[in-house]
Design a protein around this ligand. Structure first.
Ligand code: RB5
Length: 143
């Protein structure tokens, strides 16, 4: 399992902790985010992660910014990406079980780290349910 992770300046601290947590679980992590607190533009990093997922360089992605919305909006412009924003572990479960999100997006300024970590672990441990949810995600592409 190889996971790509990206972030803007609002997500540096959580990114660093998540990378440690994931590596502890034996997961290979590739960093596509910024590593300083200097203000940056989230699309620059979202596009890098999206391209890596689409190219198969990583299996899944995690993205962090202040609200999560800038990352999610940018990521979802990529045809091969289903990015889902989650702010509670149950949403992390549903975004995989029902939406098969291949990128999990976290609002770093609005959840405590322990919640972010629990969301990531739940999302990773949850399988896609398929069935009616497969039919629905197959209807998502519009171009
Ligand atoms: C950065 O200040 C902030 O705008 C960004 O992290 C994110 O919340 C954008 O959607």
């Amino acid at each position: 399992m190889k996971i790509g992770i990206c972030n803007d300046h609002a997500g540096v601290a959580y990114k660093n902790k998540l990378v440690k947590m994931l590596r502890t679980r034996g997961i290979d992590v590739v960093n596509y985010g910024t590593d300083t607190l200097q203000s940056v533009d989230y699309p620059d990093f979202a596009h890098r992660l999206a391209s890596a997922v689409e190219a198969g360089e990583v299996d899944l992605g995690i993205a962090l910014c202040g609200t999560g919305n800038g990352m999610a909006i940018t990521l979802n412009h990529h045809a091969g990406i289903r990015a889902g924003l989650a702010w509670a572990p149950e949403i992390g479960r549903l975004v995989k079980a029902h939406n098969n999100a291949n990128v999990l997006v976290l609002p770093a300024r609005f959840i405590p780290y322990r919640t972010a970590s629990a969301i990531v672990r739940t999302w990773l441990d949850t399988p896609f349910e398929g069935g009616r949810h497969l039919r629905r995600i197959e209807k998502i592409p519009c171009r």
